[in-house]
Every structure is written in C-alpha cells, then in structure tokens.
Design a protein around this ligand. Sequence first.
Ligand code: HPA
Ligand code: ZN
Length: 362
Amino acid sequence: MTDLTQPPPHLPFEAIARERLPALLRAMPKAELHLHIEGSLEPELIFRLAQRNGVALPYPNVEALRAAYAFTDLQSFLDIYYAGASVLRHESDFFDMAWAYFERAAADGVVHAELFFDPQTHTARGVPMRDVVVGLSHACARAHAEFGISASLILCFLRHLSEEEALATLEEALPYREHFIGVGLDSSERGHPPEKFARVFARARELGLHLVAHAGEEGPPAYIESALDVLQVERIDHGVRCTDSPALMARLARLRMPLTVCPLSNVKLCVFPTLSAHNLPQLLEAGICATVNSDDPAYFGGYVGDNYVQTFAALPQLGARQAWQLAANSIEASFARPADKLRWRQALDDCFARAVPSQPGA
Ligand code: HPA
Ligand code: ZN
C-alpha cells in the first residue's frame, strides 16, 4: 500500500537543478483545493458579462477596473470581489466563468479541483440557486470529459451574514445535493469566529457533506482551534497564522490536518509583506500538510502554477523535494476517491523520476 505522505525512497531530489523547477512546478500533477470560482472572473469576462446582461459597472473599462485591484486587507478585496460577481445572472454565466478557469487549470497540471462557490452572493440578487449550481456543475462535467480533470463543488457560507441565513441557504441547496460534496466558510473573518456557525456545520455533517473553513488568514490561532473543535472541519483554508502558536502547529502536524495555503493572496491582502517573508517553508519543516492554491487568481496576480513558481523563486529553502511534497500533500488532502489519489501519486512520482538527469555513462 503506497503511503501517500512519503516520497519515493530512492528519488535523488538534489540532482534536479534549480533552473528546471519552474517547468516542473507547472507540469507536475496537482490538486487545487482553495479556489473561489467567483475569484477567477477576469476583468475582460466581467465586462463581457456586464454587456451581455445589461449590468452597469462603476468602472469605464478593463484597465480602470484592474487598477482598482490594490488591496490593503481582506475587506478591501471583498468589496471589489462582490461587485465583480454582480455581473453573473444566468446559468450560462456560471458555466462560462468556470470553463475559463478549467482551461487555465488544465494548462497548470491540475488533475483535480475542488471549487468554492458563494451562493448567497447570487441568490441575494434574485439568481435562482439552481442556475448557480447547475451552471457550475455542467462546467465540472465538461472539464472531466475534455481535460480529464476531476472537479467538484464546495458550497461556502458567507460568515458576515447570520447563521440563520446559512441554514436557509443549505436547505435551499438540498435539491441539488448531488452537485456538491461539502460546505465551507468564507468572507470577512475578523469578528466572525467559526463557532458562530456550529449548528449549520452540524447539520451539514449529518447530511454526510465534507467540512472545511477559512481560519487563521487574518484571524488568530483560536479561530483555527474552534474550526477544528467546534465545526470539526477536515481541512483549514489558509491557516497560516498557526505559526503564532507552537502548540497548535504541533497539533496540526500530528493530525496531518491539511492547510490550503495561498501565497500570492497572502501578499496581496497584506498577510505577509512579501513572498520571501511567507511562512510556507516553516509549515513544511514542521511536518504540516500544507498545499499551494490560488484563492482568487483573477484578483491576486496568478493561477496555481504562478503561485508555485513565484513562491519557489522567492524562497531558496524550497527546492525539488518541497515541490514534490506540496503536490503529494494536495493529492492526499483532496476529497477524491482513494483509487484516483493513488493514480495521481504514481503520475507525480513518474513526473519527478523523468526530471532527474540520467547519469553520464549510465
Ligand atoms: N478569504 C475569505 N473569503 C474569501 C476569500 C478569502 O481569501 N476569497 C473569497 N472569499
Ligand atoms: Zn479563500
């Protein structure tokens, strides 16, 4: 039985030259586990959908919109992100948005993607739940058929709204239960601790849904602890502030609790001043099951491949071994079927074996 946490025993990672890393980082099979599909709306598509749907935007053109993407914290981003999502009105808009993401993901070696979506952002504007879920789900099915990407959906509750609203949203989504695999918690973190959503997560657990939550992006380690203890999540989204608590770091490592880390997002939202100050090497060194993801790639300057390449370029502690570990972690941490995980792990090991230069004379 392959141990998904251990590298192949005889692979000489140190023989892989640093110059080869960017191509390897893009090509290696990986899972993306922290991607808000509304955050993949590129400015060009926002303008195209605005025109198609007759929605007025408060920016004259694509350049002016892009120029507004200068964020000081999570809230300053969320204000623009919700405004961008207002152009999504019809099932075909949700399909087109997700399809554009899958084209990028396929080019980045993504073999499995679990997409977050925020139904409350759309139902509040009168968009039927059905159109949101079915449009996204059709794109997932087509990604599998055309690119071989296995893709599923995770319904996120907006934590700045009430738990009653989250409970009503979950009930409203139940007719489409077969189209999503889990629930998550996103939006403004500070002042909205995980325990605010204890009942809705208990209900989702009863329904057999997977459970994840954003915690420890801007919020304190205590929010990561209550996501584990009260919500009983299976992964922590972000979680980077765990390094403020050595005891929590040890707990995360012992549990092999995955963290879905998003380095470019963290810099754009001023969680870290630069990529070279990011704590990803520290998380890996502590044995935590960290993964690399893009969060909101249209807003933060890059898709998952860019996140890997730029982060490795900024941090000399990260080399081929860590590249392998991060991709293996992403496969291990996914909610995919065990047989698929084994297949991707084999493909990952093969990809690294091919990257090792052959011995002269061998
Ligand atoms: N954090 C919280 N909520 C979000 C994010 C994020 O990075 N992106 C979209 N919704
Ligand atoms: Zn996020």
